[in-house]
Design a protein around this ligand. Sequence first.
Ligand code: PHE
Length: 343
Amino acid sequence: MDNTIESLKSTVADLNREIATAHLLSTSEAEEFRVHYLGQKRGIITQLFKVIPHLPKTDRREAGQLLNALRNTAQSTLAEAHSKVAKDSTAASQIDLTLPGRQHRWKGSRHPISLALTKITDIFNRMGFNIAEGPEMEDDWHNFTALNFPDDHPARDMQDTLFIDEGHQHSSHILMRTHTSPVQIRAMLDGKPPFRLIAPGRVYRNETITYKSYCLFHQVEGLVVDEGVTMADLKTTIYSFAQSFFGHDVKLRYRPSFFPFTEPSAELDVWWELPDHPNGGRWMEVLGSGMVHPNVLQAVGIDAERYTGYAFGMGVERPAMLHYGIQDIRVLYENDNRFLSQF
Ligand code: PHE
């Protein structure tokens, strides 16, 4: 620097501008600022004071005033920064980071039926089953005829069918599906064996509405078709499902039953502990199952000499009700927030 009052003035003007725009947000930025401008050894302003003795005598007084003013500006900028940083950190220290977060009052939750359905489909996904779907509005052929229900079979009435349109012939009736078994038919018509699928969905029945029955509910259908599939495969699959779903020490009972579309047929019961029940509990039916009837394979054009298969179908509401201690099926369909927000 050349030692004239003019060059000192212009340096001081630059520094004033610099300091005016300094943005000091933290203790460390303030400290950097202090060392840079006011540091005892190499601070810019400190250095400038050393120029004074080298100026002409007449200019020294003015130079001293200029530099004092500059130093004051730098010091007050620094002091302001210190007090601002201190204030911010007291504000921050008043936030208690150990408090639990506030829950939003109207946060949604998953419906108990969805929770049970997810749990069931997860278990079968892990066992290599794919998911298939079919329409809730069906025709008689997929819901009954292809599933080997004879025309005059009482099962057609047994299932309390909700008809949409009663055509001239049985097989052309349009109805709400009474079970998920018609998805077996649709899946087999759509593809070629082997099949290994489950079909979760809603089903409808024209039943009197009570605490334990409703006009709609959910089922999960299962279907496996391949060469050499046996009843032992069926039993192994549904036992490992039941153990995953209900727990490994669950008590199970597999007993003969009847369905037109499986032969032989069997139902799986689960022992349900009830401490205040006279017998300590009761058997609860969880699913129907059996070996796919050859007539069903023939109806969808699969060679019943070469292929065999098994099928099962389970309800979703009943296990969900037992699992969550729900006494009345109707609450599952009323969408009352006081009920739903408990899940
Ligand atoms: N569809 C039967 C029902 O609704 C259950 C079932 C499915 C039985 C598959 C056997 C095989 O009761």
